[in-house]
Design a protein around this ligand. Structure first.
Ligand SMILES: C[C@H](O)[C@H](O)[C@H]1CNC2=NC(N)=NC(=O)C2=N1
Length: 95
């Protein structure tokens, strides 16, 4: 069972996650792309990694932007290590 992280621990982890913010018990980031196709391709890459990790993001797409929000449903919607891990994976997909 994933345990919720303290605000201090989250802040510490976000130190190595550029552009990620912690608010409303989620960590979130907006990613921008040259066009819609690239944005959707990014979403598709995330989908495979999320399935691999059995941990799924909230995804909001408008044209060339993709907003990702992460929290752990099984931990009452709080931020856990699973969210940090997936955020790091998502960062590695963005280039
Ligand atoms: C049964 C399955 O492992 C769980 O429902 C997984 C699926 N994906 C998930 N994703 C997220 N963000 N939080 C969860 O608690 C979660 N639980």
């Amino acid at each position: 069972m994933a345990e919720p992280l303290s605000d201090n621990k989250i802040a510490d982890e976000l130190g190595s996650l550029p552009g990620w913010e912690h608010a409303n018990d989620k960590i979130s980031k907006e990613f921008s792309f040259d066009n819609f196709r690239d944005a959707v391709a990014f979403i598709n890459r995330i989908a495979f990694e999320a399935e691999e990790q059995v941990h799924h993001p909230e995804i909001f797409n408008v044209y060339n932007t993709v907003n990702i929000s992460l929290s752990t449903h099984d931990a009452g919607g709080k931020v856990t290590g699973k969210d940090i891990t997936l955020a790091k994976t998502i960062e590695s997909l963005y280039n």
